[in-house]
Design a protein around this ligand. Sequence first.
Ligand code: FE2
Length: 184
Amino acid sequence: MNLLLKLRQKKQSHHPKIAPFIAYLEGLTVRPQANELREKMEKLNITQEDLNKHIQFHKSRYLRNLIFESKHVQLLCLCWKYKQSSPIHDHAESICAVKVITGIATETTYQIDPTGIIKPVATTEYPPGVFVSEDADIHNVSNHHEQNLITLHCYSPPLKKMKKYYPQSKNSKIYEPRNSQNPK
Ligand SMILES: [Fe+2]
């Protein structure tokens, strides 16, 4: 099988309701503005069923299921069971648009106080819809509700490394998130 045919088959494997958004991502030649990503994600009319192929949970940690990646963007389906949480992290130099597909996402934002200790400043609950994080934001996302949480995350550029922080601490370390691929 030649490479072109393989690539066509790979493209066709996306759900028809997601394929136009993937085509938009593939066409990006520069990093998009956060508002542009937000608008595109808001217009993306998809349900949990449409993402079925990318949905995979883990019993003890949230899972990051990679859907698409290029030089400029990365699209992941994150699956969270009750009480699962991301570490407290920054976004290095990436922007991120998050679309809650099902469930309620809880985001806590943090600031480093003058003594260098990380402190929570606000907690917001997001029902289905889109929210955006900018490069310098420090936050964590959790599922505080018994219903499973499924979120779609679009990072630009791809988020390969970030800083992980510890509550009430001055410590941080570089963290490389693990992504799963093609769960089904
Ligand atoms: Fe984040």
